[in-house]
Design a protein around this ligand. Structure first.
Ligand SMILES: [Zn+2]
Length: 357
């Protein structure tokens, strides 16, 4: 499996200008390569190379690999669409060959710009830190919000999934983002407060409807989604680490039903909460982190998991005392509602995983 390792470069002001100059030149060269290819009805790397490799190097004063990668950027677009000639944004991504950058473990990166190599400090999150050595091949230099990021692709040989009999069941919920079948709730203390703040400001801003409020809404949505992603990484990491340590699989609900289920069972306020939380991203995080750790994942049909009694299997909508407390009308079993769901999901996962059981 391929994973993308993201590295944030911390250039000085002069270095930032050199990087930006490189990006702009790269994209101008890619646009020129696309133009030449388009006008000559040539869409392959070899054909465009033959037509304009030399002139690209002369016009833009770029090294060999930069010209090759600029042509490559045009070719990638032609692979999907030959109907129009692409014009690349001047600050779009620039591709680097593996030999044009090297990431040192001392926290610096040596990277080519038009005038030669420069050495820039970088920041990498702990999660990726031990992957630096495995980075090879090409990378994309990206300029976003005033920051330079290098997205490097690494090959990751995923371990074999360990066979498992038992699962941790994960309920993705409304009161808590995730709850497991042992009753552990995955949510930071500060989380709920933040989530409410984001929601509140969204509603307030939507109601206002002015141009500046729309702009703020847009900024907020970016901030909120980055925040959610961060929390999702945090939660999924904890879940996978637990499953791995205990030698268990992970049973998780198939999300297609989640939104539909919520529309029926919860009020508008909670519905807005659930549609505002990126559960599909959380599920993706759990899946790929599990894959990397060799932990098995099973998906189960979530229908009725919240209204079925874990103890006796009795299923009825009013099996809940409140949103957070489950109380079985048949046998009197009571539990936290999310924990009861998570236990049902755990059991379903184990049945799916071991059909003979
Ligand atoms: Zn019961």
């Amino acid at each position: 499996m391929k994973i993308v390792v993201k590295i944030k470069l911390v250039p000085s002001k002069e270095q930032a200008e050199l990087l930006l100059e490189y990006i702009k030149t790269f994209n101008a060269a890619a646009t020129e390569a696309a133009r030449v290819g388009y006008e000559n009805k040539s869409y392959s790397q070899i054909d465009i190379h033959r037509l304009c490799y030399k002139s690209l190097r002369e016009i833009f004063k770029i090294p060999s690999q930069t010209a090759v990668r600029a042509i490559g950027k045009a070719v990638r677009v032609f692979a999907g669409d030959r109907k129009k000639c692409p014009v690349f944004k001047s600050r779009g991504s620039a591709t680097y060959e593996g030999r044009n950058f090297s990431i040192k473990e001392n926290g610096t990166i040596s990277i080519s710009v038009l005038s030669g190599r420069i050495i820039i400090p970088y920041i990498i999150c702990d999660y990726f830190a031990d992957r630096i050595k495995s980075i090879k091949g090409q990378a994309d230099l990206i300029f976003r919000n005033g920051m330079f990021l290098l997205h490097c692709t690494t090959d990751f040989v995923e371990p074999k999934v360990k066979p498992f009999g038992e699962c941790i069941g994960i309920d993705l919920g409304i009161t808590n983002i995730a709850t497991d079948s042992d009753g552990l709730k995955y949510e930071g203390v500060h989380l709920e407060k933040n989530r409410k703040r984001f929601l509140l400001s969204k509603t307030t801003l939507q109601r206002r409807g002015t141009r500046s409020s729309r702009r703020m809404l847009k900024n907020n949505s970016g901030r909120q989604s980055r925040y959610q992603r961060q929390v999702n990484h945090f939660i999924s990491k904890a879940i996978v680490a637990k499953a791995k340590a205990l030698g268990l699989g992970i049973s998780i609900e198939d999300l297609t039903g989640l939104k539909a289920r919520c529309e029926k069972t919860v009020g508008r306020r909670q519905r807005s909460m659930i549609s505002n939380w990126s559960y599909s991203h959380l599920r993706k995080c759990i899946s790929y982190k599990a894959k990397m750790a060799g932990v098995g994942v099973v998906c189960v049909d979530p229908r009725n998991t919240s209204r079925t009694c874990f103890s006796c299997g009795f299923c009825k909508r009013n099996n809940r005392k409140t949103q957070s407390i489950f109380l079985c009308k048949a046998c009197g079993y009571t539990d936290n509602a999310d924990v009861n769901s998570a236990k049902n999901i755990k059991r379903l996962g184990e049945i799916v995983n071991l059909p003979h059981k």
